[in-house]
Design a protein around this ligand. Structure first.
Ligand code: SF4
Length: 754
């Protein structure tokens, strides 16, 4: 089950009646987000108004997408669920496990050898359970989804935080952990807290050097990395209509960087054009028949303050190009201020690499606009001062861009064309001569956390648009402002780069010889899935033990994490990606990037059994072996970043019982719940400071665990004194059931047996 026009017809058939019912229930005009949500209620009853930010609601997503790094764990779990086939159209995309080093051809061949076992596993599971399989080199999951599966008004989930990219085609597309994907593929409802709504009113039109990327870079500066938490961001206004569908995808994509549940745009002509260009005229025709339901009601957009929880106004006529970073995607600096800002902060001015690609910015339009800058460099006798690398988003984009001469332009500037895959964006980059040198890179990706691209904590990575990456790579200087500055060419002349030009869609249409798709077997019941018992890469899962019904007592503090603790800090990517299908092996990276609040070091925590300092995973394993439960304490927005549930499964596997933090990122909090962990927040944030390194921790009333009721936890300090603190939680009755059963999957298995 891959692309299914009948499924889209069935979804659209429900829209008019469900939206009318929802409008009546809510008692006012509806945003697009509400229309999509109410049209996808699991029980189909749109006669109840849900409270934004409060009500837990069951939904019926239309499809599921998984990438190779997270699909391993998702499918290992699905295999336990006891279902013969995926209940909704689902796809697997092999894009994360391909190392960028020499260039596409060699890199792909080497990765097929290095990760062949995993690719074969994913291929055979997909084949068995009716899941579409996109081979290594076919492209980055979100670009492939936008090109093939996304449709206006649809709802999908994906085991990757940038699933939200499909909002570019008017979907509500949400990143989740693998356990959520298992729910939907097992034919069960998928639960989400009804989101709040943030409206972004775009007026004016992008012009000159500004690009869709600058819209989201500015929004990230306004909202910060947690400002979108629990909300859908809905873009509207004339500025929204003036942008391409892939440009809208870029904006939605980086909604993940502000913590938003997802982002979306109303259906418009750009989406119609994109659907037709990607061979889906039938979908465009269907969408046009119900187009009034595929955008927010007029009254909503006329008076947005009345209908959204927050409204942001951006005039695209006045928008400047932005460069965000280093180390966090919300540190937004307009290009005109970057020189001053970089000098003030001592950021390295020499730019060593410019990288274009990632699911955020690897469309045909992106490559065409960036190549227009590259062409100018050639025409004006300029050379790139930085190294230059390109990852096309899909084989279809790559093939078409090569046919149209765009890749040739980059190659003439000595750029390396890497595989149609994530590559440096996820640390799959063997960067020559890099260690711990302080240096700067610029890229068109979405994330720039410390160590993300190349594992070097001293790499200052800056996020910007592809055209700005090209300009900065040519200049080799972080402070270069192409709007005002000139460059000295090979002849010693001063030359200026003109603003980029490009094509929204290829004039001769898209083309591809082999898009890399492999349909599953009609009947996969006889397909054998092989996992070798001695495999280092894959390990069949053992169910987590159910709760024993008693208070957790005598627990030790594994780590009190200080400051930013993203999923990259909890479960690093890069070289660790190879263990994503082997829970025990990947657990050796558990929290090794988190900073210990007591010594400001990473991967060095006090083992209370021995009094000595040691690595986090080894310490956790010793507690587990001794039958001593442990807990993790963290700061704000704990678990920010990716959807990887390894960040929840690893501590669970290593005997951590609870994670107590000032606040959570949404996906990670859900992942903890699904894996049978306690995800708790300090009722009083200042209590974070009361937690001491040698504490012994006792839960006082876990036996009365109930929705809305804080849990009381006693921290017994080394000197015998105690602090009892209140911990809030957001578990509802069903989620408490997951905790009791040991995991959500344990409950599904029980259901399947009935
Ligand atoms: Fe791949 Fe990077 Fe996009 Fe994640 S953010 S899907 S690693 S390109």
């Amino acid at each position: 089950m891959a692309f299914d026009i009948d499924m889209i017809k069935a979804v659209y058939a429900k829209f008019p009646s469900r939206i009318a019912a929802a409008r009546k229930a809510v008692g006012k005009p509806l945003t697009l987000s509400e229309k999509i949500l109410y049209s996808h209620l699991w029980d189909g009853d749109a006669n109840t108004a849900f409270e934004r930010g409060k009500s837990y609601v069951d939904f019926a997503p239309d499809r599921v997408a998984m990438q190779d790094a997270t699909a391993q764990m998702a499918l290992l779990q699905f295999m336990q669920a006891g279902k013969p086939t995926a209940a909704v159209p689902s796809t697997v995309h092999c894009d994360h496990l391909i190392l960028a080093k020499e260039g596409a051809k060699d890199d792909l061949r080497n990765s097929l050898t290095a990760s062949g076992e995993v690719f074969n596993f994913l291929e055979s599971v997909s084949n068995k359970y009716g899941i579409g399989f996109w081979k290594p080199g076919a492209g980055i999951i979100h670009q492939v989804v936008l090109e093939n599966y996304a449709f206006p008004g649809g709802m999908m989930i994906g085991t990757d935080s940038h699933t939200v990219n499909a909002g570019g085609l008017g979907m509500v597309a949400i990143g989740v952990g693998g356990a959520d994907a298992v729910d939907v593929m097992a034919g069960m409802p998928w639960e989400l807290k009804f989101p709040k709504l943030i409206g972004v009113h775009l007026t004016g039109k992008l012009n000159g050097w500004t690009a869709p990327k600058d819209v989201i870079l500015k929004v990230a500066g306004i909202l910060t990395v947690k400002g979108g938490t629990g909300a859908i961001v809905e873009y509207f206004g004339p500025g929204a209509k003036s942008m391409s569908a892939t440009g809208k995808g870029t904006i939605c994509n980086m909604g993940a960087e502000i913590g938003a549940t997802t982002s979306t745009f109303g259906y418009d002509e750009s989406m119609d054009r994109y659907l037709r260009a990607t061979d889906r005229a039938d979908v465009a025709d269907l969408a046009n028949e119900i187009k009034e339901h595929l955008t927010g009601d007029d009254e909503v957009y006329a008076n947005p303050q009345q209908y959204f929880d927050q409204v942001i106004e951006i005039n695209l006529d006045e928008l400047e190009p932005y460069i965000n970073g280093p180390f966090t995607p919300d540190r937004a600096t307009p290009v005109s201020k970057m020189k001053e800002e970089a000098e003030k902060n001592g950021w390295p001015m020499d730019v060593e690499w410019g990288l274009i690609g990632s699911c955020t910015n690897s469309s045909y339009e992106d490559l065409s606009r960036a190549s227009s800058i590259a062409q100018q460099a050639i025409d004006k006798n300029l050379k790139t001062k930085s190294e230059f690398g390109i990852n096309p988003g899909s084989e279809q984009v790559r093939y078409t861009a090569e046919r149209d001469g765009l890749l040739g332009i980059f190659e003439d500037l000595n750029a390396t064309i890497f595989t149609n895959a994530c590559g440096p964006c996820i640390g799959q980059w063997e960067r020559a001569g890099n260690n711990t040198r302080v240096n700067t890179i610029v890229h068109s990706f979405n994330r720039n956390f410390s160590k993300r691209a190349d594992g070097n904590p001293n790499t200052h990575a800056f996020v910007t648009s592809p055209e700005m990456v090209a300009a900065i790579a040519i200049s080799g200087n972080l402070g270069f402002n192409p709007l005002t500055d000139t460059l000295t060419n090979e002849k010693g002349e001063q030359v200026k780069l003109d603003p980029p030009v490009g094509s929204e869609l290829p004039a001769k249409g898209f083309a591809v010889e082999d898009n890399g798709y492999q349909a599953p077997a009609e009947n996969g019941s006889s397909v054998e899935v092989v996992v070798k018992p001695d495999s280092k890469r894959l390990q069949l899962l053992e169910p987590f033990a159910p709760w024993d019904g008693k208070n957790i007592t005598g627990a030790k503090l594994l780590i009190k994490a200080f400051g930013k603790c993203t999923t990259d800090h909890i479960s690093m990517a890069g070289p660790w990606l190879r263990f994503r299908g082997h829970l025990d092996n990947i657990s050796d990276n558990c929290l090794i990037g988190a900073v210990n609040a007591y010594n400001q070091s990473t991967n060095s925590v006090k083992n209370q059994l021995t009094g000595e300092y040691g690595p986090v995973p080894a310490t956790a394993r010793q507690y587990k072996a001794a039958g001593v439960p442990s807990i993790v304490v963290g700061d704000h927005n704990y678990g920010e970043g990716s959807s990887r549930e390894h960040a929840a499964m690893e501590p669970r596997h290593l005997g951590v019982k609870a994670v107590l933090v000032k606040s959570f990122a949404r996906i990670h909090e859900t992942n903890l719940k699904k894996q049978g962990m306690l995800g708790l927040t300090f009722a009083n944030e200042a209590d974070y400071d009361k937690v001491q390194e040698d504490d012994t921790i006792n839960f006082l009333d876990l036996v009365d665990f109930a929705p809305g009721k804080p849990l009381m936890i006693e921290f017994v300090h080394a000197d015998g004194s105690k602090d009892v603190i209140a911990a809030n939680h957001t578990y509802n009755e069903a989620q408490i059931g997951w905790f009791r059963a040991g995991s959500a999957l344990n409950l599904i298995k029980e259901e399947s047996k009935k």
